[in-house]
Ligand binder design. Structure first.
Ligand code: MG
Length: 293
């Protein structure tokens, strides 16, 4: 019997065309902020949102999603991330907004602004029509047809949205690795990774402008659990910091899907990493998996 490889597939941006949903997500999030959280006119928020976003895009290595004082992701790694980071910078930069957010999220798990943007993300992406990439259905069907590859869908989102959307593909029940919280950063985590040429590390250097913090215990444990259930593991995703860096340092092959928003710094790093692979079309994934198995 051949070995069984669990193919962990990121959901947003990998199976779906996140770049086509980000504008709707932003509009819905700003409307909720305007009406229910900040109670300021929508036009004003829209102007501030676009001004903030321009600043981020002009120097993306200087803006990131920060959780517990650590960088969870740079703002330019994905279309949803750019939206989330823009909202966070906009809310944190205005004391009136920060105060209103703190009042609306008094029992914050991280800090009120992060909880607020998580809420906006989960609440509004759940309402979005699924926009799968053109090759998603046939690629999944090819994996399902093989005894040696088991697709497992990875998501930061709550599993029910993903389950509901995947059901529209009529491929039967797919395994879901949900709520993996790749953004859950813990500065007190004492795990170190041994890395060729660098010794023991907790932060992965990428280039002179970027480094990826590896202190993500929730995601680390999810990957470890997943490793135990199969003979091997491959992770496939559209961004580096959140889903990709931990597999690379854990010795798990990582496939980066190049999308319209993938920054060069992510692509180059994965393309040159011994455990990294890059892909331009999801349709080519089954062949790539056979080649790297
Ligand atoms: Mg993604």
């Amino acid at each position: 019997m051949s070995a069984r490889i669990n193919v962990v597939l990121d959901y947003d941006g990998t199976l779906t065309a996140e770049e086509k949903q980000a504008a709707t997500l932003a509009a819905k999030s700003l409307a909720t902020l305007s009406l229910e959280i900040l109670r300021v006119p929508l036009v004003r928020l829209e102007e501030e949102y676009w001004a903030t976003r321009q600043a981020l895009v002009a120097a993306p290595h200087r803006y990131w999603w920060e959780v517990n004082g650590l960088i969870a992701s740079y703002c330019d790694e994905g279309a949803f991330i750019l939206n989330t980071t823009t909202l966070q910078i906009m809310l944190k930069g205005n004391p009136h907004y920060s105060q209103a957010v703190a009042q609306a999220f008094p029992d914050a798990r991280y800090d009120p602004v992060v909880d607020c943007t998580n809420f906006l993300f989960h609440y509004h992406t759940a309402e979005l029509e699924p926009r799968f990439r053109p090759a998603t259905r046939s690629m999944l069907a090819r994996l399902i047809a093989r005894p040696d590859f088991v697709p497992v869908v990875l998501t930061n989102s709550l599993g029910d949205k993903v389950q509901r959307n995947l059901a529209t593909l009529h491929l039967g029940e797919l395994m879901i690795l949900g709520d993996t919280r790749q953004y859950e950063m813990d500065p007190t985590w004492e795990h170190w990774f041994s890395y060729p040429g660098l010794g023991r590390i907790q932060v992965l250097p990428v280039d002179e402008n970027h480094q990826v913090d590896l202190r993500r215990p929730a995601y680390y444990r999810a990957l470890e659990r997943e490793t135990l259930t199969a003979d091997g593991l491959v992770v496939v995703a559209d961004t580096l910091s959140l889903p990709g860096a931990l597999p690379l340092v854990m010795g798990i092959p990582f496939v980066l899907l190049r999308t319209p928003y993938t920054p060069t710094w992510c692509f180059d790093f994965v393309a040159n990493h011994p455990m990294g692979h890059v892909l331009d079309d999801l349709a080519d994934l089954p062949d790539l998996l056979v080649a790297i198995r």
